[in-house]
Design a protein around this ligand. Structure first.
Ligand code: SAM
Ligand code: SF4
Ligand code: SF4
Length: 342
């Protein structure tokens, strides 16, 4: 296992965590209305998305990313909203992929536009992609995505991505009583196709998804359910700070992953900063505070000013929400998931 801690970090936060990853939301818009993320009642026809002039331009996004990379970021994830709705997504990938210091770039998408975009993304230099899919059942999936999108469209997107040479992982958010019956069918389907499926515990992101601990299927339970049908064995992490816990089907090379942010928090190794589409820096998925980097840029800040500001914000970072979630007595007002992209 590669030991991240052996490398000397350029900057560390108040809990000695380096800055290694940057998640960039390239749009606040989405064509889905997943109930756990952008429920229609909140994100309906009257919801006001950000106007173009309030969004980071391509140049601003590139400039900020370069500064983050100069401070230690090596991995970048492009997310949203739905990132493939951004017409510049190929150009964004190309520019970041070719920055000195960037070792890895990935995209998280709902897959609905992937069939038509896969080739462009690959040509921009993308090597891997994460597609979110919560069920293989059209009725359940259509209800979960809130807009009746079909499973077939997403599966075609996944096939298109694999056929142009992208390595594909699939994320499934599991909710008790909603799609837990899909745990095994999803495992079988993606095992046969050689794509790693990652089960994500339903999280209390934002303020609009009506989260309740009772709706979470703990990863331990998910493992038990799959193990009964297809025996599993634990696989060592690739590196410290890897978000997913890995398991392999016994006697094979196919794997699954579990992202257990609720039942086994991983804040102590969290090296992720998040940049929203309007250029706000968040130091935690559950943050309520942000730093408006776009305004600072538009007021004429130099690269050095921006670097110092980020160093200062990161230096004060103490976030460890998932480790303290269950002890919290008053609900905090948190940023929405669709704003900073998971
Ligand atoms: N639209 C893209 C997509 O769905 O892949 C990217 C943005 S989405 C916010 C990023 C990831 O967050 C998706 O895999 C989605 O399933 C996950 N997500 C959203 N809300 C969640 C929640 N309440 N709990 C766990 N995961 C969630
Ligand atoms: Fe859109 Fe992704 Fe949120 Fe679903 S999870 S509403 S696809 S941003
Ligand atoms: Fe990182 Fe915040 Fe999630 Fe903890 S709760 S792992 S600090 S994003």
């Amino acid at each position: 296992m590669e030991n991240l801690d052996k490398r000397v970090p350029l900057i560390t936060d108040a809990l000695q965590r380096p800055l290694r990853d940057l998640r960039i939301s390239v749009t606040d818009r989405c064509n889905f209305r997943c109930r756990y993320c952008m429920p229609e009642e909140v994100f309906g026809p009257n919801y006001r998305f950000l106007p173009q002039e309030k969004l980071l331009s391509l140049q601003e996004l590139e400039r900020l990313t370069r500064i983050f990379v100069s401070l230690g970021v090596e991995k970048v994830r492009i997310t949203g909203g739905e990132p493939l709705l951004n017409k510049d997504v190929g150009e964004i990938i190309y520019r970041i992929r070719h920055m000195d210091g960037v070792k890895d770039i990935a995209v998280t998408t709902n897959g609905s536009l992937l069939k038509h975009k896969a080739k462009e993304l690959r040509e921009a230099g993308l090597e891997r992609i994460t597609v979110s899919l919560d069920s293989l059942d059209d009725e359940r999936f259509g209800a979960m995505n809130g807009r009746g999108f079909s499973v077939k469209g997403v599966l075609e997107g996944i096939d298109a991505a694999a056929s142009v040479g992208l390595s594909v992982k699939v994320n499934m958010v599991v909710q008790k009583g909603v799609n837990d019956q899909d745990i095994v069918p999803m495992a079988k389907y993606f095992r046969e196709r050689g794509h790693i499926l990652r089960y994500v515990e339903f999280m209390d992101v934002g303020n609009s998804n009506g989260w309740n601990l009772k709706h979470v299927v703990p990863s331990k339970k998910i493992i038990e359910i799959i193990h009964k049908e297809m025996p599993l064995e634990r696989v060592e992490s690739n590196y410290i700070g890897e978000v997913a816990t890995r398991y392999r089907y016994q006697g094979s090379r196919e794997e699954i992953g579990l992202i257990s942010s609720v039942t086994q928090a991983f804040c102590s190794t969290c090296t992720r900063a998040r940049l929203s589409a309007e250029g706000h820096l968040y130091t935690c998925l559950f943050a309520s505070d942000k730093t408006d980097l776009l305004s600072v840029i538009r007021e004429g800040a130099s690269d050095e000013d921006l670097r110092l500001l980020i160093v200062q914000v990161w230096g004060m970072r103490q976030d460890r929400y998932s480790e303290t979630r269950l002890a919290q007595t008053t609900p905090a007002h948190k940023v929405e998931m669709s704003h900073i992209g998971g």
